[in-house]
Design a protein around this ligand. Structure first.
Ligand code: IPM
Ligand code: MN
Length: 358
């Protein structure tokens, strides 16, 4: 198939500092598109807390159908101080992940040069792995309920559900990704086979069956999730690609973000790898409302999300150019990744990355 040269991108700036960081991502995307001879058309959507407070509607019913018409979605952040926790997260982010069947959450954990990690004696050569988190099942599927709420007899259940189909498609993506990454060709399943015997028993059998059958070139490892958090801190260099369930993936990727320098740098993709699937890319930090409009927030995570978007769209060279520019900025320009302490404004950081990428 010939490489596409024009892409329609839906932009969901979202809440708080989301629109500010997305603006810098778009700046960088436009710069590399010119240089690498493709074009991008951006369309804005106002989904988020402000719209909800104004209209009472979290997400219009036709949102997924509208978004399906795009080649990719660029999301800023969801989360508003005046909206009760859960409403926007479930009503926008999780709903889009489910309705667009973005069954992979891709989270690279890479320590860039010049970035401070809280882990003593570890450097960029030690922290460079990718977490592939299943993104549509597990405790996130919304099965469960409660009764006698607010009384001493309150009962609550929330069931983690996995299907063989859902596990297999996540594993297939993970094996293929590990092969394409071509680094150490090692895929680690992170689970809890000693307690969640049904769920991670299923994952483990499916993992080895698929590995034996189709991926003899990929080395397989297994770690329990609790031990994984230990190894992230003690020996992050042991990892190449990790595949795990939705909830464990949620938890370990926040730890991953911290060891790569924090929320200012961590990016993720909600990916539907199927033909015609629409994927959504986001900085994984929150909306940081207290910094809204101050031009002090770090846009590198959003720029990293833009890089992941181009990689997924098959514009590898342009993606690489963005990553190299990010590394140049972390190595030689920024004083810190923290909001207000970078030594530059949000838009100056975007300008620097955009000019270094071309
Ligand atoms: C994430 C977030 C979401 C999740 C929340 C906001 C629903 O923490 O993308 O990691 O739990 O998946
Ligand atoms: Mn999370």
């Amino acid at each position: 198939m010939a490489q596409k040269t024009s892409y329609d991108i839906a932009v969901l700036g979202g809440d708080g500092t989301g629109p500010e960081v997305v603006r810098e991502g778009i700046k960088v995307l436009k710069a590399v598109a010119d240089k690498f001879n493709f074009s991008l058309n951006f369309s804005d959507f106002d989904f988020g807390g402000d719209r909800y407070l104004r209209t009472g509607e979290v997400l219009p019913n036709n949102a997924s159908d509208e978004l399906r018409k795009f080649d990719a979605i660029f999301l800023g952040a969801i989360g508003h101080p005046d909206v009760q926790p859960g409403i926007l997260e479930k009503g926008i982010l999780l709903r889009l992940r489910f309705e667009l069947d973005q069954y992979i959450n891709l989270r690279p954990v890479k320590l860039y040069p010049g970035v401070e990690t809280p882990i003593k004696d570890k450097g960029p050569e030690d922290i460079d792995f990718v977490v592939i988190r299943e993104n549509t099942q597990d405790a996130y599927c919304g099965m469960g309920g409660a009764m006698h709420v607010g009384t001493p007899q309150e009962v609550a259940t929330q069931t983690a559900v996995y299907t063989r189909f859902g596990v297999d498609r996540a594993l297939k993506y993970a094996f293929e990704y590990t092969r394409k990454r071509n680094k150490r060709k090692q895929l680690t399943l992170c689970g809890k086979t000693n307690v969640l015997t049904y769920i991670y028993g299923l994952w483990e059998r499916a993992f080895h069956e698929m590995g034996d059958r189709d991926y003899a070139d990929i080395k397989r490892e297994y770690t329990h999730v609790d031990a994984t958090t230990m190894w992230f801190v003690k020996n992050p260099e042991w990892f190449d690609v990790i595949v795990t369930g939705n909830l464990f993936g949620d938890i370990i990727t926040d730890l991953g973000a911290m060891i790569q320098g924090g929320m200012g740098i961590a990016a993720g993709g909600n990916i539907n790898p199927d033909p015609g699937g629409v994927s959504m890319f986001e900085p994984i930090g929150g909306s940081a409302p207290k910094y809204t409009g101050k031009n002090v927030i770090n846009p590198l995570a959003a720029i990293g999300a833009a890089q992941l978007m181009l990689e997924t769209l098959g514009q590898d060279e342009a993606a690489k150019a963005i990553e190299n520019a990010i590394m140049e900025v972390t190595a030689n320009k920024l004083k810190s990744l923290a909001a207000g302490r970078m030594g530059f404004t949000t838009s100056e950081v975007g300008d620097m990355v955009a000019s270094l990428a071309v």
